[in-house]
Design a protein around this ligand. Sequence first.
Ligand code: ACO
Length: 181
Amino acid sequence: SHRPTICYRPIQPSDLEVLERLHADIFPIRYEEEFFQSVVHARDIVSWAAVDRSRPNGHSDELIGFVTARIVLAKETEIGDLLIYNPLKPDQTLVYILTLGVVETYRNLGIARSLIRQVVKYASSIPTCHAVYLHVISYNIPAIHLYKKMSFKCIRRLQGFYLINGQHYDAFLFVYYVNGG
Ligand code: ACO
């Protein structure tokens, strides 16, 4: 069978249509057009795409996985209190992972792991950054296993954090400390 050749690159404006379709297919939550525009134009959002160079017929540069993240000020987040607040460094930041997804036929090949590694490497390269964090819905076993396997720490369970079709679902908050936390 066909052997994938996975490469990682930034997300670009020509990815817009596929990025929107993958989010609609993969997530139970709807995202605004504004979000997709910010991703493809890298406005306040950093992102990485996975593509399979071995795909034929003009698909060799088409997204098969993605991760999107935002840099936030630590003191303005719900986990700002977990860092030792230093009044001499009010500019402490965190990287918040917004979305992560891999096309179904490409799962269990280590692509999500590689995408998360890119985010952690990026966060580590920012001297003011102390952690990468994210929320995951409590029934998402593959994602929870992935983050635990990558040494993220589950620090909170948030009751009813998500509202989907009128139903409330809990979220887990996962954190990975960088630059000494
Ligand atoms: N069951 C249990 N563990 C799993 C599963 C699964 N189905 N899939 C992945 N894992 C865990 C394993 O521990 C695996 O390590 P191992 O292979 O050494 O055992 C580890 O995750 C890494 O797996 P990858 O192959 O890198 O993961 P993959 O590329 O398949 O992507 C993902 C995982 C992103 C969760 C994928 O299943 C997906 O797109 N799901 C739908 C969207 C989603 O849930 N996104 C994350 C939401 S949280 C957020 O966006 C902030």
